[in-house]
Design a protein around this ligand. Structure first.
Ligand code: GLC
Length: 503
């Protein structure tokens, strides 16, 4: 609550909380044992109400995580379901008899490794869990389940939350015939075990879009609320979740910048152009640069490139979703095996998501101000927290945080950035990506150097621009457009005053 003013100061419009519900914390709160309450670790329902109120007083929206695919195995629904094959809640989950050899009914694997089926000795059947064994999948073919989960949405919407980020909506329906998933021909040793199979029969099944449309209808009933979907690439898949009539999620998360293995000007331009080209008419774009499931951007690219990446992220057309701490340049923290919390990490240390989930770095005091000194946070604080934290960076005119805040301020001030068109600009230097944003007669140019060396960008037209911002935060003012000089890892935001280049 005490940090809401910070978010406003930074220029944030909406806050998404990952799950805050009662949970045994087998998967950092994504294993929910009660969908309509708050985990005591985070406070009470009344605290949540106060948070909503205080956020709204500051013109901040509050978005919750909605996890419809599974519950915790400690949820009363599952406790009942596992009591017997005839229990009235039995069909709320997905059960199969053992195969003739006693093993699971098919080859489906869990996202966290191993079979997606767990044998339940008491009732002699296997239950399905596409994630951790403590996260049994709900059976969305059962209409009582649908009704119960839509009621969960209403419970929170009635309390005033502004919408949901929906966890793995594409996985809600599974193949009715439970056919084996085919092997992925492109899988190679070292890739995530889960990607060894193609999710042909466990994702995007017929009927799924109807369910997402129903969710949207629940939300639309409340007026101005938002539905965001965690949809993984490929792009063709992602854009389908806008809905044919733009009647599914408002924003299917665009995770391409997070997942693309190569970070080079050409590839990023390709992503931007393909995405812009694939968006259905009238759909609003969005970008994600880091999240709680993948290494942080400042670790993937290093802090120098990460500054440039922030300029890209915050000047592309569409809504950016910033992961906490990225704004101060937080990096992943190595977590020793005995401190590991993440079920995926316990299964496969190299894929642990704990390193990107360490405490927010607020200040230089013990525990970085995340929790009182003397209390041990569930994951350790980064070693460099005394250099990279909000309190220190707020007073440094060239810090990472100052850069992010300035970008957000410019974004708000310039309609070209907040709502203008997006157009890539050809230019001969392969290490740089240049694009134009335009709204009415306001033109902005963004020039990004993906290399650590100085580069020159030549634009097709002469003319005079005005440099609004360098990611190095050390220059601004008039700038000739014909030949733009960039230092290593530098990004420039330029406003045209005359003669915009042809695109
Ligand atoms: C989503 C979440 C991830 C979680 C999983 C299971 O992918 O982002 O953190 O482990 O769903 O709920």
């Amino acid at each position: 609550m005490s940090k809401l003013d910070y978010l406003r100061w930074l220029g944030v419009d909406a806050l998404w909380l990952s799950p805050i519900y009662p949970s045994p914390m087998a998967d950092f709160g994504y294993d929910i044992s009660n969908f309509t309450d708050v985990h005591p670790l985070f406070g009470t329902l009344e605290d949540l109400d106060t948070l909503v109120r205080q956020a709204h007083q500051r013109d901040l929206k509050l978005i919750l995580d909605f996890v419809p695919n599974h519950t915790s195995d400690e949820h009363p629904w599952f406790q009942q379901a596992r009591q017997s094959r005839t229990n009235e809640k039995r069909d709320w989950y997905i059960w199969r008899d053992p195969a003739p050899d006693g093993g699971p009914a098919n080859n489906w694997t869990s996202n966290f490794g191993g079979s997606a089926w767990q044998f339940d000795a008491q009732s002699g059947q296997y239950y399905l869990h596409l994630f951790d064994v403590k996260q049994p999948d709900l059976n969305w073919r059962n209409h009582e389940v649908r009704r119960a989960m839509f009621d969960v949405m209403r419970f929170w919407l009635d309390r005033g939350v502004d919408g949901f980020r929906v966890d793995v909506p594409g996985a809600l329906l599974k193949d009715e015939q439970f056919r084996d998933n085919p092997l992925n021909p492109d899988w190679k040793a070292g890739d995530r075990p889960y990607t060894r199979q193609l999710s042909l029969y466990t994702e995007d099944q017929p009927g799924i879009h109807e369910i997402v449309r129903e969710m949207r209808a629940v939300v639309d009933h409340y007026g101005e609320r938002v539905l965001i979907g965690e949809i993984w690439p490929p792009m063709e898949r992602m854009v389908q979740y806008y809905g044919e009539q733009l009647d599914e999620v408002h924003l299917p998360f665009n995770l391409q910048l997070v997942l693309r293995p190569t970070w080079e000007a050409r590839t990023i331009r390709q992503i931007v152009d393909e995405y812009e080209g694939a968006l259905p008419r009238g759909a609003w774009p969005n970008w994600v640069l880091s999240n709680h499931d993948r290494p942080r951007v400042a670790t993937r690219l290093g802090r120098e490139q990460a500054r440039m990446a922030q300029m890209l992220f915050l000047t592309l057309r569409g809504t950016p979703t910033c992961y906490y701490g990225d704004e101060v340049g937080m990096q992943n923290v190595a977590i020793s095996p005995e401190l590991m919390q993440d079920p995926e990490g316990k299964e496969n240390a190299q894929y642990s998501r704990d390193p990107e989930r360490t405490p927010m770095q607020w200040e230089s005091s013990p525990n970085a101000g995340f929790c009182p000194a003397g209390v041990r946070p569930w994951l350790p604080v980064a070693d460099d927290f005394q250099t990279y934290n909000v309190a220190v960076e707020q007073h440094d005119p060239r810090s990472f945080l100052t850069l992010v805040r300035t970008l957000l301020t410019l974004r708000r001030a310039l309609p070209a950035l907040s709502m203008g068109s997006q157009q890539s600009i050809d230019q001969p230097n392969p290490t740089c990506f240049v694009y134009q944003r335009q709204h009415a007669d306001e033109h902005c140019l963004v020039a990004l150097n993906f290399s650590a060396q100085d580069q020159v960008v030549t634009l097709p037209e002469q003319g005079q621009g005005r440099l609004l911002l360098s990611t190095h935060l050390d220059r601004e003012g008039p700038l000739p457009l014909s030949e733009v000089h960039l230092r290593g890892n530098e990004g420039l935001l330029i406003e045209f005053e005359t003669h915009p280049p042809h695109v």
